[in-house]
Write a new protein. Structure first.
Length: 390
């Protein structure tokens, strides 16, 4: 039986639904076009994995559940109902303030489906909007248009879902600073509690990567991309949103509690094809393909790989993911997790980054400065391999 570090069972669950209506041009996630996929078989395999997982590591009170993909909302209402009942069966003990999030595509959320989601316990929906210009949306391979965005949000509110978030992207091909300004303005007009705003990364094995290598991907300049990031930080702050993590903005108290689990380097269950989990300093990665995953669950847990995380690696992870949050990393939390003072382990890089003005320190917390946010990756890199120099 797997025992978490702190003796408490994981309080967070991630579940992967790998199906999409189509593949976006920038996407390198473990996702498959829905047509002709064995969806119900997959949901039954997921049910088996949940059953085996809770036998190995019994759950306690679950505080957050996050269903990602793919596009979980491509499930038909009856499939969605089966899936949500399955989750409730294997993880029955929910915190009274559970945050149960599901990713959604604006083109796949009619009233009937949202009703099934809401009745099955989902109380937070994150819509992949990406932009408010139809020409940009078709240029990145999205199947929805701007009208779908408004209709989907209206449908969600109609069934009583109010904890809603939208994702936007910047640095897209042919996107201008003015286009982003317009997208941010229209997003803020929706008055939602939460926004995630990501910069485009050109990942291998995507159409964009192929085009990039052929010099056929008209990306904004670095100067424009920096201007875009500064613009969105300023607009969000002016509208009363707190940048609680490098790419995430929320009204006070409306932060994504599930994602905080990752950024605090805490344990979580990871279920589904290609999903990652982290329990008791052990990471696992599941088999990626749908049919191989389905098959593997018939004879045990569908693991592709399971490996221990050394104390050194866990400490580095703690710093790298923790500094993504605006609150930063806490000396107290570090000592609680590792039994050692933070300064003793990472004194050199902390001092160097404080001196460079990229980190700031107050009340037992180290966090990125305003300048540090713009150079986050450089700061995080200082903590990788830092222990070998001690």
């Amino acid at each position: 039986m797997m025992k978490p570090d702190n003796g408490r069972p994981p309080e967070a669950v991630y579940i992967h639904i790998p199906f999409c209506t189509n593949k976006c041009f920038y996407c390198d996630f473990n996702s498959y076009v829905l047509k002709d996929q064995p969806v119900m078989e997959y949901l039954q395999a997921l049910d088996r994995e949940m059953e085996l997982t809770v036998q190995e590591t019994p759950p306690g009170v679950i505080k957050t559940i996050f269903v990602g993909g793919g596009t979980p909302t491509v499930l038909k209402p009856d499939e969605m109902a089966y899936f949500l009942a399955s989750v409730r069966k294997h993880f029955p003990d929910w915190d009274e303030n559970i945050e149960f999030s599901m990713e959604a595509n604006p083109g796949t959320t009619d009233i009937d489906k949202l009703k099934v989601m809401q009745e099955g316990g989902v109380n937070r929906v994150s819509f992949g909007v990406q932009a408010f210009q139809n020409e940009l949306l078709s240029g990145i391979g999205r199947i929805h248009n701007v009208d779908d965005v408004y209709r989907s949000l209206e449908n969600a509110r109609a069934v009583g879902l109010t904890n809603l978030s939208v994702d936007l992207m910047f640095g897209l091909p042919n996107q201008t600073v003015d286009m982003l300004r317009e997208s941010v303005r229209r997003a803020l007009e929706l008055g939602l509690p939460h926004y995630s705003i990501y910069s485009l990364k050109v990942e291998e094995n995507t159409l964009f990567h192929t085009l990039f290598n052929k010099n056929k991907l008209p990306l904004p300049s670095e100067e424009d991309e920096l201007e875009m990031y500064l613009l969105l930080m300023n607009e969000m702050e002016a509208a009363g949103y707190i940048q609680y993590e490098i790419s995430n903005f929320a009204k006070p108290g409306m932060e994504s509690r599930h994602n905080m689990t990752y950024w605090r380097n805490e344990d979580y269950y990871g279920l589904g094809a290609g999903a990652h989990g982290y329990i008791g300093r052990m990471r696992h990665m599941n088999i990626k393909g749908v049919n191989p995953y389905n098959e593997a669950t018939r004879s045990g847990l569908p693991r592709l790989d399971t490996f221990g995380i050394s104390e050194q690696e866990a400490m580095e992870d703690f710093m790298m993911v923790g500094l993504r949050m605006r609150e930063g990393v806490s000396e107290q939390a570090f000592r609680a997790q590792f039994g050692k003072p933070l300064q003793e382990i990472f004194g050199a890089p902390l001092h160097k980054m404080l001196k460079a003005g990229l980190l700031e320190q107050s009340g037992g917390m180290y966090r990125l400065s305003k300048q540090g946010i713009l150079f986050g990756n450089d700061v995080f890199g200082e903590f990788v391999g830092a222990l070998t120099e001690i």
